[in-house]
Design a protein around this ligand. Structure first.
Ligand SMILES: Cc1cc2nc3c(=O)[nH]c(=O)nc-3n(C[C@H](O)[C@H](O)[C@H](O)COP(=O)(O)O)c2cc1C
Length: 341
């Protein structure tokens, strides 16, 4: 049986191909989420609960999916999320993700926990790159990487603020190790944001915001963008879905800095929903991992292009010409707007 070309595959097929090609332990690691997986499931379900208002009387035939961030123009608002463990998929996975992101015209977020050096990332891609540091690796190492990122021409740097204690993925606590020692916790503080801002002259991103109060603190401390994220449901069981936290973050941020969202984005329609609720762009985690596991560079490019094509189709069917024109007027909650029977 000849295999369908990756360019013709949908996300479900790509996911199944990835499952078949990925080492089993890696598959389990990627699909893992905190404890009972309630947050993981909720992320997608909460997005599914929004519906579109269809419009047909307009002349939009070729909507523009481009967005601008930190002075870079990207051809899509579907960015690549920072993932520390792409290398579990294969030796070339990090390089392939970087290359695929460049080919798809998107922005690449890279994790402090990844194997590649800042120089490796830069050489592997034409995409603008954001370095996301982990304070658990110590301020010194965050600073070393952030300075290198600045030197080699990254677009931005940032901090992932997730957990102090090691998390329980399913029934196991994976003890991530740094230099052979268990990763030590680090409480998040606005002082860390102020510190990194002073040290590095690049825009500063804070990832892991799940409510108005933390958003206010991050922006007051100098964040140039925040990512509303529960890290794909990997940190806290029975957390809210990221999209449920988005409106109050957008409100408190009040347009001062861009707000991004990740966790549970699985198609272009989800991106339109996030935009309608005020997100500038989204980050995509697991689907990019499936893409690289299924077909390397081409798989990553396919996932981003698939999401972008879907996004454009929804824009046409809801009558919006540009990403910036998407407003909450084009969505409703399931149950609202039902005709009286
Ligand atoms: C296997 C795996 C490893 C991850 N590693 C990191 C990391 O090192 N740093 C980080 O900020 N987020 C990390 N994340 C979270 C992603 O950046 C992103 O928030 C999440 O995957 C988005 O949800 P999604 O997978 O539903 O798209 C990781 C996620 C997965 C699945």
């Amino acid at each position: 049986m000849s295999e369908k070309p990756i360019q013709e595959m949908g996300l479900r097929e790509i996911r199944e191909l990835a499952r078949a090609r990925m080492p089993h332990e890696a598959w389990k690691h990627f699909m893992g989420a905190a404890e009972s997986r309630a947050t993981f499931r909720r992320n997608q379900r909460a997005l599914q609960r929004f519906l579109f208002r269809q419009r047909i009387f307009h002349d939009i035939t070729d909507p523009d999916a481009a967005v601008e961030l930190f002075g870079y123009r990207l051809s899509t608002p579907a960015f690549v999320a920072p993932v520390g463990s792409f290398s579990l998929i294969g030796e070339t996975a990090e390089r392939d993700v970087a290359h695929g992101a460049g080919r798809a015209g998107t922005m690449l977020f890279v994790s402090h926990a990844a194997v590649s050096s800042m120089r490796d990332w830069k050489q592997a891609t034409s995409a603008p790159i954001v370095f996301m540091g982990y304070l658990t690796r110590g301020r010194e190492d965050v600073l070393r990487c952030a300075k290198l990122a600045e030197e080699v021409g990254f677009a931005a740097v940032g901090l992932t603020m997730d957990t102090i204690q090691p998390v329980k993925i399913g029934d196991r606590i994976p003890l991530s190790r740094v230099d052979g020692k268990p990763r030590i916790g680090h409480p998040a503080s606005p002082k860390d944001i102020e510190w990194l801002k002073r040290e590095v002259a690049l825009p500063m991103v804070v990832k892991g915001i799940m409510g108005a109060e933390d958003a206010r603190v991050a922006v007051e401390a100098g964040a140039d963008a925040v990512v509303v994220s529960n890290h794909g449901g990997r940190i806290l069981d029975y957390n809210r879905a990221a999209v449920e936290a988005l409106p109050e973050v957008v409100e408190v941020v009040g347009g001062k800095v861009p707000v991004l969202l990740d966790s549970g984005v699985r198609n272009g329609g989800d991106i339109v929903k996030a935009s309608a609720l005020g997100a500038k762009a989204v980050l995509v985690g697991r689907p990019v991992a499936w893409g690289v596991a299924a077909a390397g560079v081409a798989g990553v490019e396919r996932v981003i292009r698939l999401f972008t094509d879907e996004l454009k189709r929804v824009m046409i069917m809801t009558g919006v010409a540009r990403i910036g024109d998407i407003t909450s007027a084009i969505i409703m909650r399931d149950g609202e707007g039902r005709a009286k029977l």
